[in-house]
Design a protein around this ligand. Structure first.
Ligand SMILES: C[S@@+](CC[C@H](N)C(=O)[O-])C[C@H]1O[C@@H](n2cnc3c(N)ncnc32)[C@H](O)[C@@H]1O
Length: 341
């Protein structure tokens, strides 16, 4: 006899935005940062976060049940404390803080995803550019606070991938690396830290250079990492043995993807490696939920941009002249796909 059908996955997914909003709100209220390594009662923590008493127990205990917060004891005198994971990833004082992406999810994407039906009907972006003429990066970067928010978001989502790339990709025969769309310089920082022979360039739009320089200086790597500014659709890419693009190709339509792949080919020597890092969709498009949702997010953000599989990448890079390919799993849903010239 067949097992009875179970609706729990349907219901869990349908209600998923409740969980999401509770976690995103906790990060926005800086709960994990303010709590740090203290133990506070609900009343004390609620007062620090300027909360009305009505929500205090429900909000904190929901976070306990979701395993993002710990609690010692029950009732009024119970104290709340950070979990090891909360301290590591959600306290702004931690070097491994990933809350930047959650701040951006809460401030922007939570609202924009409400218009998914319209995106599906029209194929048009649903973000800040919906009613204007300008491109997303132009709009985002017109205000320093938004630029910083976007840079923080990218750090949150990419750090574990870049650490994994620096460990898993064989950099030993290469001397130079250029990270295209390098944002804060994080990929260069992680690669330079682990591979002392590498000289790196973080290439991005002019507005981003001071932010990258600050991070490179803070990491003590100014002698081996430089910044270069330009528009990758107008300017040639700096020449290097390895060209990396972290979450760059997925931001664009096929014509622009091909422009970037050709530009990478031009900038590499024979034997050089072109590495793209993405939440790569599995070739059969059945399994990597995050990769497929990321591609829908590209519809929300850009309209005609989309995520892709290793098979897609091999096809495009083969057309341009790349000879050999490799896929390296990084962290969670993300992989690096490599084309050798
Ligand atoms: C999605 S973010 C990826 C950041 C980083 N590579 C990562 O994976 O975390 C895209 C990056 O491309 C840069 N970018 C966008 N348009 C560009 C252009 N026309 N020329 C150069 N960089 C550009 C943005 O400033 C941003 O840093």
């Amino acid at each position: 006899m067949n097992a009875p059908l179970d609706p729990s996955l349907i219901l869990q997914t349908a209600f998923g935005f409740w969980n999401s909003k509770v976690l995103l709100t906790a990060v926005e209220l800086r709960l994990f940062t303010k709590l740090a390594d203290r133990r506070l009662t609900g009343a004390e923590l609620g007062a620090e976060l300027e909360m009305h008493p009505r929500g205090i127990a429900d909000f904190f205990d929901a976070l306990v049940a979701m395993k993002f917060l710990d609690r010692e004891g029950d009732g009024r005198n119970a104290v709340y404390l950070n979990t090891p994971g909360g301290s590591h990833f959600l306290d702004e004082g931690s070097p491994r803080y990933i809350g930047g992406i959650m701040i951006m999810l809460n401030a922007r994407l939570f609202r924009f995803w409400n218009d998914l039906p319209e995106a599906l009907r029209t194929g048009k972006p649903q973000n800040e550019i919906k009613h204007g003429e300008k491109g997303m990066f132009e709009v985002l970067y017109s205000e320093p606070a938004r630029l910083e928010q976007f840079m923080g978001a990218m750090t949150g989502i990419s750090r574990v991938n870049f650490e994994a790339l620096a460990e898993k990709f064989d950099f030993s025969s290469y001397k130079t690396l250029c990270d295209v769309g390098g944002a804060t310089g994080l990929l260069c920082i992680e690669a330079a830290r682990r591979h002392p022979q590498l000289l790196c360039t973080s290439f991005d739009l002019l507005e981003v250079a001071p932010i990258a320089q600050r991070h490179i200086t803070d990491a003590g790597l100014s002698d081996r990492i430089q910044t270069a500014s330009g528009d990758f659709f107008v300017d040639p890419l700096p020449k290097a043995d390895v060209i990396t693009m972290g979450m760059i190709l997925h931001d664009w339509n096929l014509e622009k993807k091909m422009h970037l792949i050709r530009a990478a080919y031009e900038a590499l020597p024979r034997g050089g490696a072109f590495v793209a890092i993405e939440a790569l969709i599995d070739d059969a498009r059945r399994e990597n939920v995050q990769g497929l949702l990321m591609s829908l997010n590209m519809l929300i953000e850009f309209g005609d941009a989309f995520d892709y599989s290793a098979a897609d990448f091999r096809g495009w890079c083969g057309e341009v002249g790349f000879k050999r390919f490799d896929v390296i799993h990084l962290a969670g849903p993300s992989s690096a796909v490599v084309a050798y010239k």
